[in-house]
Design a protein around this ligand. Structure first.
Ligand code: URA
Length: 298
């Protein structure tokens, strides 16, 4: 008896645009081109990316591995970076996003206020599915009053595009720190303590479905404030240990999944890590798909 002839699976195809975006992010693509796939009966390219398309870009081992169910929060106390700082913070009482933005523009709760050109509250869809959290404004953000508009922001836009997203639709972008630290130095703990209540109130008002924390300071703040890690653990664990999993936090009365990934500015300096960042974005997309099974079937 002859051995059964193996049948080729139907190959999902990447649209040229999607392929270009992944290449832009520096993610190697080994899947056939649209021309290679002619005659295979493969599905027509679709945009935004489907789960299968994301899996098709897996490097070096499948980067979109099945998502582990999110873990329940351990019994760590919910910290505040400086005791009492969040409790009397005006951000706790801001009734809506417009009031919060106005308060951020007027804020003088730390020394950064004196040197800023503009505060940067955040931007995007006021009813977002996604909340992207970065660190602090840089020079260009300080000039324009908008988050992620410099070189790192251009890469963030390409990362969002690779996810089938834009910064205006279904996405809100905010930072832990709303004013630029001089010479783009790291924010200090007091600045984070004074500023993070604005971010926490943003979470409460925006009610996103999935948070992506980009870089060490965003990850530390969100995971520690959200009770997923003790402040010590959040400070000590390297980003490489925090990424690659779905954390569960409780913020603004909501239980939310958080995916940690590298900051776009770091990826500009270390392009070899872009593949890992793409894996994190796949994990985030799979997490969202798990919340919206209908969308996963696109
Ligand atoms: N880096 C950030 O973390 N945020 C910005 O808004 C810009 C650069």
């Amino acid at each position: 008896m002859s051995a059964p002839v193996p049948t080729l699976p139907l190959l999902p195809r990447l649209s040229d645009r999607h392929r270009a975006m992944l290449q832009e992010m520096g993610v190697p693509i080994w899947w056939p081109t649209a021309a290679d796939a002619v005659g295979t009966g493969a599905a027509a390219p679709s945009d935004p990316a489907t789960k299968d398309e994301r899996r098709a870009t897996a490097v070096p081992d499948p980067v979109c591995r099945p998502v582990e169910p999110t873990r329940p929060p351990p019994n760590h106390p919910v910290p505040t970076s400086a005791p009492g700082a969040a409790l009397d913070h005006p951000a706790r009482w801001l009734p809506n996003l417009a009031a919060l933005e106005a308060a951020v523009h007027d804020c003088s709760r730390c020394g950064l206020a004196q040197r800023r050109q503009r505060a940067v509250p955040g931007m995007g869809d006021p009813r977002p599915d996604w909340l992207i959290i970065g660190e602090a404004p840089g020079e260009e953000e300080d000039r324009q009053g908008l988050p992620f508009v410099g070189r790192a922001g251009q890469l963030l836009d390409r990362m969002l595009a690779a996810m089938g997203l834009t910064r205006e639709h279904r996405v809100y972008i905010a930072n832990v720190i709303k004013c630029r630290p001089p010479l783009n130095r790291n924010p200090d703990p007091l600045e984070i303590a004074q500023c993070s209540p604005y971010l926490l109130r943003q979470v409460e008002l925006l009610q996103p479905k999935v948070i992506i924390a980009m870089g060490r300071f965003a990850a530390q703040t969100v995971l520690a404030e959200g009770g997923a890690l003790s402040p010590e653990a959040a400070r000590q664990w390297p980003l490489g240990k925090l990424r690659g999993q779905v954390h569960r936090v409780t913020l603004g009365g909501l239980s939310l999944p958080v995916v940690v990934t590298y900051h776009p500015a770091y990826l500009l300096r270390s392009p070899a890590e872009k593949g890992k960042a793409w894996a994190d974005l796949c994990l985030a997309l799979d997490t969202m798909d798990g919340l919206h099974p209908a969308r996963a079937a696109v």
